[in-house]
Design a protein around this ligand. Structure first.
Ligand code: ADP
Length: 247
């Protein structure tokens, strides 16, 4: 690694929408090698914070340091180039393209390929197949993405992000809308990728899943972090229970 500090460090991040301060001086640290969770009530600013970290939205204030480099002024594709990957709450696959074509679609500059048949090299296709095997979808590579279940599409999106060899992957509600029978596979895939060296920051509403998979857990309320700790501590924290029940 280029630096020995935390992989991601957000300090004082602020984002306003008109009169609403969605993210209000938020601090967040993600240690190398962790599966870190970000939980909190609806509207507490979690997705907006993700957008500030990936550069989809510009922050009004604050600093974001990734792998020792300040990134808050860089465009999203440039952050991706440094090793920051993300998936979205709602999948963004091309439903009429095959699973394999979808996995090779993103390019390092953040643009998507349009002329797939010509553009994909043999080694890229081989890498994409390897990743589809890792997420358990090797036998689906020639299917149209739109024919897969929603949970399977989320796994395709994960393979797509992995093509860019990220150090950190931000997952926005990975379990949302996923069939319970696929949830076990999803958590196993995340654990396996984590063991292979990838750090995760996960926004997720399925609290039992978060408490099982993630450590530490950061709790957001009204645009800032109100509690952080290992899952066993967060589970019993009265401040956390109050933030969830009080809204
Ligand atoms: P969470 O992900 O925790 O549910 P969000 O980050 O989506 O929270 O939203 C935080 C607040 O910011 C909410 O009040 C939401 O309505 C508002 N918000 C989010 N995105 C926008 C936007 N593009 N324009 C205006 N308000 C927004």
């Amino acid at each position: 690694p280029a630096s020995t500090g935390p992989l991601l460090e957000v300090r004082g991040a602020t984002k306003r929408f008109g009169g609403l301060t969605a993210v209000d001086g938020a601090d967040l640290t993600v240690e190398r090698g962790s599966i870190t969770a970000l939980i909190g009530p609806n509207g507490s600013g979690k997705t907006t914070l993700f957008n500030l970290i990936t550069g989809t939205m510009a922050a009004d204030a604050g600093t974001i340091t990734f792998d020792g480099k300040r990134i808050e002024k860089l465009p999203p594709w440039s952050r991706g180039h440094l090793g920051l990957g993300r998936t979205f709450q709602v999948t963004r696959l091309f439903k009429d393209m095959t699973v394999l074509q979808n996995v090779v679609a993103p390019q390092p500059d953040g643009k998507l390929r349009t002329m797939l048949a010509d553009a994909v090299s043999g080694s890229e296709a081989a890498r994409a197949r390897e990743l589809l095997d890792i997420v358990g979808l090797g036998s689906f590579e020639q299917q149209k993405a739109g024919a897969l279940s929603y949970g399977q599409q989320k796994l395709v999106e994960l393979a797509q992000v992995l093509m860019l060899e990220p150090q950190l992957i931000l997952l926005d509600e990975p379990a949302g809308g996923v069939n319970p029978s696929l949830l076990g596979r999803l958590t196993e895939v995340i654990r396996e990728l984590n063991r292979s060296g990838i750090t995760f920051l996960i926004v997720e509403h399925n609290i039992p899943l978060v408490l099982d998979l993630c450590d530490p857990v950061h709790v957001f309320a009204r645009g800032a972090c109100i509690a952080s700790g290992p899952p066993g501590q967060i589970r019993n924290d009265p401040v956390v229970l109050d933030a969830y029940l009080g809204d």
